[in-house]
Ligand binder design. Structure first.
Ligand code: NDP
Length: 482
């Protein structure tokens, strides 16, 4: 896009990663063939095929669950908690040591800017392992009785927006609590999970403690519906989350669901405009808007609407969209052709329903999947772009006059994952926060994540929390002293 200064290209080198032409499933500590039809994973910025990845069938998933059960019963369950912690520390250290490799691979497979995979995804993934390593021998302080017990085998299905980070959110607490894992990465982004499998081997993690079964939705279905899985953890769309809730209902499986969102980012008239604009940009354009807690609905107090929108457009005009491997890039590629089609369809609905679309000038690359940062004004709460999760770099702007109206509009959604408030008044922030039905509320910032802080939603955003002491509860049953 247009910028004040021209930047010289600053491409990260891809030579640090060694992408194999094909990958198998990681079961019982070994890479093995899958019996399903292999799938290809592409670089969404270039459409280049990166590798061919095995697909796990029901039988493969069964092998993985049996390996996880054996490891749980014989090794990981009986192991001294402090020793489990040592493995987690080792994994965390290896993630740090191999951080550059992970970041490059994530960017190639996902399309997100290298700056984000390098500065956010990979360090946070390591932080989750460090944090949970510390918990492993202190579980009696988790608030679940004096001797909480692991659940057994956890079946985990994760999406493509933060492939390694979502793996860490799932695997680290499960292992710290003494469970073993069968994890299915998303079809379009399996590569960092497979590199993580190598890290498990490097850390000498006992075979079967972590199993990674790649494939599409059917493989995910086999994981969550396997009868010997004790706990299901899912992050993804509300629609699939609902089908998983139905599949798990009536079984003894425990379930946590982290689903979609349509967060309100509320800007009051006393907010410092420049700071708020940075937060709005971070809220919706971070990771191309492929973020469940993205601030996709901007609620601006009417008196400052024009100033905020003008400042926002100026700022968006300086964002650099393009090669995700360039260290100066702000917005990378859309993860897949399917996701691009969904964004295109929903934004066309915005045009048709009468909202006003604004996009900065500038060309997008010829190959790959791209969408310009987009702002819709004149949006009404009934428009689809104000209700549906776009999961792309698309902001819907609405106005309000009073704090009560802001709260009413913010809560007028089927979701309840996150929200943001921009105001100089602490008392107003506290009052409004109390009235928002959202799992996470950021004040004068947005999209901040920390392993110590529980994350999760209300309503159709799912249930259960990940991170913090609360996140451990999903992987433990209450224990009582014998
Ligand atoms: P999905 O919910 O389909 O995918 C999430 C994960 O579930 C993937 O690993 C997927 O496999 C797997 N899966 C798909 N179907 C089933 C099933 N029946 N049983 C078990 N696992 C299954 O999300 P999509 O990738 O299709 O994205 C669609 C929309 O969902 C997006 O446009 C966005 O709005 C929303 N979304 C929200 C996310 C969030 O964090 N809140 C994350 C991702 C998407 P596979 O990859 O092969 O499809």
């Amino acid at each position: 896009m247009t910028s004040l200064f021209e930047y010289a290209p600053a491409p990260e080198s891809r030579s640090i990663v060694d992408i194999r032409p094909s990958y198998g499933l990681f079961i019982d500590g070994e890479f093995t063939d899958g019996t399903g039809t292999p799938l290809k994973t592409v670089n969404p910025a270039t459409e280049e095929v990166l590798s061919e990845v095995a697909t796990g069938s029901t039988e493969d998933v069964d092998r993985a669950v049996r390996a996880a059960r054996r490891a749980f019963t014989r090794v990981w369950g009986p192991m001294r908690p402090a020793d489990r912690g040592k493995y987690l520390f080792r994994i965390a250290r290896l993630l740090q040591e191999r951080a550059r490799e992970f970041a490059v691979l994530e960017t190639l497979d996902n399309g997100k800017p290298i700056r984000e995979s390098r500065d956010v995804d990979v360090p946070l993934a390591a932080a989750h392992f460090f944090y949970h390593a510390g918990w492993a021998d202190k579980l009696e302080h988790a608030g679940l009785g004096p001797a909480p017990r692991p659940l057994g085998v956890a079946g985990q299905v994760i999406p493509w927006n933060f492939p390694l980070l979502m793996l860490a959110w799932k695997v680290a607490p499960a292992l710290a609590a003494g469970n073993t894992v069968v994890l299915k990465p998303a079809e379009t982004t399996p590569l960092t999970a497979l590199l993580f499998a190598e890290v498990c081997r490097q850390a000498d993690l006992p075979p079967g403690v972590v199993n990674i079964v790649t494939g599409a939705g059917e493989t995910g279905r086999a994981v969550i519906s396997h009868p010997d899985v004790d706990k299901v953890a899912f992050t993804g769309s509300t629609e699939v989350g609902r089908s998983i809730a139905r599949a798990v209902a009536g079984t003894s499986k425990r379930l946590t669901l982290e689903l979609g969102g349509k967060a309100a980012n509320i800007v009051f008239d006393d907010a410092p405009v420049d700071q708020a604009v940075e937060g709005i940009v971070r809220g919706i354009f971070f990771n191309q808007g492929h973020v469940c807690c993205a601030g996709s609905r901007l609620l601006v107090q009417e008196s400052v609407h024009d100033d905020v929108v003008a400042a926002l457009q100026r700022r968006i005009g300086t964002l650099r969209v393009g090669d995700p491997m360039d260290k100066n890039t702000d917005l990378g590629a859309i993860n897949s052709a399917e996701q691009l089609a969904r964004i295109t369809e929903l934004t066309a609905a915005g045009d048709a329903e009468g909202a006003h679309r604004w996009q900065p000038e500038g060309e997008l690359p010829d190959r790959g999947f791209w969408f310009k940062p987009t702002v819709f004004t004149d949006v009404s709460p009934a428009h689809r772009i104000a209700r549906d999760e776009v999961f792309g770099p698309v902001l819907s702007v609405m106005t309000f006059r009073t704090p009560d109206e802001a709260v009413a509009k913010a809560n007028n959604t089927t979701y309840g994952l996150s929200a943001g408030i921009w105001s100089e008044k602490g008392s107003r922030i506290l009052k409004v926060t109390d009235q928002l039905r959202a799992g996470v509320v950021w004040a004068n910032t947005f999209n901040e994540f920390d392993p110590t802080s529980p994350f999760g939603g209300y309503k159709q955003s799912g249930y259960g929390r990940e991170g913090g002491r609360q996140g451990l509860a999903a992987y433990l049953s209450e224990g009582h002293e014998k």
